[in-house]
Design a protein around this ligand. Sequence first.
Ligand code: HAM
Length: 422
Amino acid sequence: MAKGTDTSFGAPKGTRDILPPESWVWQEVVGYAMDSFALAGYAPIETPMFEHTEVFERGVGSTSEVVGKQMYTFDDRGDRSLTLRPEGTAPVVRAVLEHNLHRGALPVKLSYEGPMFRQERPQKGRYRQFYQLGIEAIGSDHPAVDAEVIEIAIRFYAGIGLDTSLKINSIGHVDESCRLGYAKVLVGFLRDHTAELAAEDRERIDTNPMRTFDSKEKRTQEVMRAAPLITDHLCDSCRDHYASVKGHLDAVGITCEEEPRLVRGLDYYTRTAFEFVAGGLGSQDAVGGGGRYDGLAEVLGGPHLPGIGFALGLDRIMLSLGERQAATPGPVVAYIVALGDAAERRAFPLATSLRAAGIGAEFDVMGRGMKGQMKDADRSGARYAVIIGDEELATGEATVKDLTSGDQERCPLDRLEERLKR
Ligand code: HAM
């Protein structure tokens, strides 16, 4: 159960602890993401970790695998059915409707980050508690919003140095002239090929035929190569919308791979659907995904309120960053090396005043000697060792040693902040 030898408990299957030094990078990536989203006017929102189960059953949809097989659902002591959020979009739309945010200026633009929960089979890049960074723009069906949302994700990935490719599709809207009409054509095709499909995919014909495109079964994939495509069956308005989204993307130099077999796993999607894929991750290579959900607000009891957004998988992003993670230093700039009783007493006040000036500082609390403290200074990731001993204290100075270059110089204590900031 536990990997270590000194504890009898391990984290539950499919969960993990994010430990230093990875947690430094983690925090930096989250901060950078939220700042990037804010640059386009997306304001942070926090919603509860759990919701009434119905929010997901209705919002995400009962034919989705997430709702059908993966939710952590439980009755609380008041016999209410609650579910740990498996995703963030339905909760955000629920919150918008509950607080009437849609009665103010539209679109409502919100960002979020935090854990989501799905009981999936754990593997590399797939966890039962995983973390998403997301945005939602609610109240506009303008194709420029679709392009804006996609551009924000791409700029974020580029900013953290991650190469991704964009796959895009339009899955139309729920109408006989569009997706419902297409679904009939697709069901007809699937019935003609029932015998060739894998058994579990046969069941999908009646419940969620488009998900057949996502089958992991080789024989089904073979059949789907010849299947009719949604893009050939879009109604005029969805076709125009899709063309316009691609035009807006082109205007900002974004190239996308059109993928007419891309269908997303959640039932609320309409029109634009997209995914971001990164290399080196094996089968779990989608580092983010999103799309339009023009019917979601109505399904949750609100007015017609078109929306679009994405969620990026932070765990997979961190895996993709891989080796580059370790290079990021923590925030400690100075490690105070104190020699002798008088200096030891000065170490804590000195660290405190540096911290108050915004300079990260640590000092020894294990009674180490000079060598031990220098070693601990390296461990701390500090750029400088600030050495104080009897001699330094007598002259009101410290020796500042640059731990990268090895250079050292004396510095008056009252100019230490200035020196370290430099
Ligand atoms: P999703 O495609 O289900 O979409 O998840 C988005 C991203 O979360 C995935 O691309 C992946 O990176 C990450 N992810 C999903 N499941 C796991 C898992 N078990 N372990 C690790 N990472 C995972 C949504 O959740 C939608 N709410 C996105 C959205 C926002 N659509 C519109 N607005």
